[in-house]
Design a protein around this ligand. Structure first.
Ligand code: HEC
Ligand code: HEC
Ligand code: HEC
Ligand code: HEC
Ligand code: HEC
Ligand code: HEC
Ligand code: HEC
Ligand code: HEC
Ligand code: HEC
Ligand code: HEC
Length: 326
């Protein structure tokens, strides 16, 4: 209608009156706070007008996406991400499909205009991981991701997880473990195939028991116990001590100074095949650089004395013997 209606100025005056009246009968502070809490991230000014703020109008909600992407929606509804629909505090930007794909109104208006919706395909890992971290970044488990060897090597969340095409129900993983890790870590795969190994392939121990694929504050993405000690103590508590007589390298250089943690051709996952050669790496006869040499007639290195741990049985530390006897 282009023609002005007679009395339109009066109408607007009435409107003004009502809006003033509305302002006077505005909600009590308590009600207002409640309203803000209900609307979550919505800007407070949005509650003063009936029309939603322009940025909120760009969100249509998951039910609308369902009308064209029903199959994806139905599968998605069975994953933990459906819980984002409960995220009232985060507002529509953190809910449903649009929590990851961004606002969908333009995409819908175009009848499914692909350039108007965020797609993960073809984007850098840094960019796609940042999207996931917009919600997961505060969780302790993922908080070191940005500094991890994975992140700095262009490995991102969607190399291991898939919100729509996960093959593992638990944790939305793209592949079961340890195959997921072996796909990129062939050296580890070879190590765990050695005759002596932690039984990862057998399902007794997992890569994740020792590593956090999301990164940690320590080297090699290794987990540490809350006490800060090596992850090995989680299962091998008897090695932790404290002992009256500590074997120094266990504490200073760690378990890996004598053991290969993944797998070995040597029994007890030892780094070298002959125990005496292992000990003599530090307990040299010639120098006193690190540790004392084995002295006295008991150490003449005839075959009888080569199996050092035959006598020094408590090699990880002892409460009774300063030379680690029983
Ligand atoms: C947690 C983040 C996340 C949520 C929530 C999410 N998506 Fe996705 N979407 C992705 C990722 C990542 C991909 C890339 C493929 C993959 O890794 O699964 C993708 C791919 C797609 C694709 C491309 C086709 C395909 O099957 O890969 C469509 C279409 C799609 N999503 C629609 C939706 C719809 C509809 C919803 C809501 C029901 C939704 N997405 C919810 C992250 C998400
Ligand atoms: C009116 C129907 C319609 C609605 C509603 C709709 N889409 Fe789509 N969407 C499509 C069509 C059609 C395509 C395929 C476009 C193409 O391949 O060029 C598509 C493509 C996509 C893609 C890219 C798929 C790919 O190949 O990578 C994503 C992601 C997506 N939609 C997400 C959403 C989300 C999220 C919503 C809700 C906010 C939504 N769609 C709502 C019709 C719709
Ligand atoms: C190298 C593979 C890998 C990468 C990369 C990865 N994850 Fe994971 N993620 C896993 C594995 C494996 C588990 C199962 C952990 C377990 O069993 O303890 C997991 C578990 C999770 C869990 C559920 C349990 C928890 O710790 O809260 C969330 C959430 C998660 N990942 C989010 C992410 C996000 C977000 C990113 C990207 C910033 C990411 N992941 C990157 C492998 C990966
Ligand atoms: C809008 C916020 C949001 C975004 C963005 C988001 N997530 Fe989530 N994610 C959640 C919520 C909420 C849960 C459910 C947590 C729960 O169950 O307590 C979840 C759960 C998960 C889980 C755990 C599944 C399980 O079984 O433990 C994984 C894995 C995961 N998300 C990966 C991702 C990945 C990968 C991305 C990026 C493609 C992503 N998320 C993006 C909010 C989000
Ligand atoms: C029993 C604990 C344990 C388990 C289980 C374990 N690792 Fe390790 N991993 C370690 C330790 C400890 C190191 C550091 C070794 C060092 O620095 O000398 C390491 C190092 C690594 C490295 C760095 C390169 C290297 O070989 O030094 C990669 C990669 C790795 N592990 C991947 C894996 C994968 C993949 C799995 C599962 C298939 C796995 N790990 C299982 C303890 C473990
Ligand atoms: C998509 C390929 C890919 C997958 C899948 C993958 N990784 Fe990695 N990982 C890498 C790359 C690349 C690096 C960095 C280069 C390197 O050290 O090998 C790395 C580094 C690591 C490191 C640190 C090594 C160091 O020297 O600091 C560990 C530990 C590790 N990955 C464990 C795992 C575990 C456990 C899994 C399975 C849950 C896994 N990775 C899955 C590619 C992958
Ligand atoms: C998740 C539990 C777990 C963690 C963590 C763990 N181990 Fe083990 N470890 C085992 C189990 C179970 C065995 C028993 C061997 C078997 O039968 O597979 C074992 C056996 C061993 C053995 C003896 C193998 C033999 O032939 O008797 C050595 C050495 C060893 N672990 C060293 C380590 C070191 C070093 C670490 C830390 C890098 C570590 N373990 C972390 C569970 C663990
Ligand atoms: C100074 C070298 C050295 C260090 C450091 C060391 N070990 Fe050992 N460990 C050995 C030797 C040698 C044996 C074999 C003993 C035998 O043959 O009786 C062994 C055996 C083992 C065994 C199998 C037999 C048993 O006693 O249970 C486990 C498990 C083990 N070590 C775990 C660890 C863990 C965990 C650490 C780190 C806290 C560690 N070791 C540090 C030398 C070492
Ligand atoms: C990584 C180096 C290293 C390895 C390997 C090692 N030790 Fe030690 N060991 C030490 C150090 C350092 C001390 C402390 C020496 C000191 O206090 O003067 C020590 C102390 C000892 C002591 C106590 C007596 C003393 O000199 O204080 C005995 C016994 C001993 N080691 C036996 C062994 C045996 C047996 C092996 C082989 C199973 C072995 N060590 C492997 C570094 C090592
Ligand atoms: C037949 C038993 C036996 C064997 C085998 C044996 N030792 Fe000993 N070791 C002893 C005795 C007994 C002492 C204590 C000597 C003393 O108190 O003067 C000792 C002491 C030591 C000490 C401490 C020396 C010091 O300064 O007090 C070291 C280090 C040591 N042995 C290393 C080794 C190494 C390395 C091997 C293997 C090459 C080994 N031992 C094999 C019985 C043995």
């Amino acid at each position: 209608m282009l023609m002005r209606m007679p009395g339109s100025s009066r109408t607007s005056r009435i409107l003004l009156f009502f809006s003033l009246l509305f302002a006077v009968t505005a909600p009590t502070p308590l009600q207002a706070r409640q309203a803000v809490a209900d609307k979550g991230a919505q800007s407070p000014s949005a509650s003063a007008t009936s029309a939603p703020a322009p940025e909120l109008a760009k969100y249509v909600g998951a039910e609308t996406c369902k009308t064209c992407h029903e199959e994806i929606y139905n599968a998605w509804e069975k994953t933990p991400h459906w819980k984002t629909t409960l995220n009232k505090a985060g507002g529509p930007a953190k809910q449903g499909c649009e929590g990851c794909h961004g606002p969908g109104a333009d995409h819908v208006a175009g009848g499914g205009d692909k350039p108007k919706i965020y797609v993960f395909e073809g984007k850098s890992r840094q960019e796609t991981s940042a999207r996931c971290l917009s919600c997961h970044g505060e969780a302790h488990a993922q908080s070191h991701f940005a500094e991890s060897a994975h992140a700095s090597s262009e490995v991102g969340c969607i190399d291991c997880h898939s919100p729509h095409h996960a093959r593992e129900k638990q944790h939305l993983l793209v592949q079961e473990q340890p195959q997921l890790c072996y796909g990129c870590h062939t050296a580890a795969k070879a190590d765990f195939a050695k005759p002596f190994h932690h039984r990862v392939n057998e399902g007794l121990v997992q890569c994740n028991d020792c590593h956090n694929p999301h990164g940690t504050a320590t080297v090699r993405q290794l987990r540490a116990l809350p006490s800060g000690d090596a992850v090995c103590y989680k299962c091998h508590v008897d090695k932790q001590g404290p002992f009256v007589y500590e074997h120094v390298p266990v504490k200073t250089e760690g378990c890996s100074s004598c053991h290969t943690p993944h797998g070995s051709t040597n029994p007890r996952l030892l780094k070298v095949s002959l125990v005496n050669m292992l000990c003599l790496q530090c307990h040299t006869f010639s120098t006193q650089l690190t540790a004392g040499g084995p002295v006295g007639p008991t150490h003449n290195q005839s075959a009888k004395y080569q199996a050092c741990t035959m006598c020094h049985t408590q090699i990880h530390g002892s409460n009774f013997s300063d030379v680690f006897f029983k």
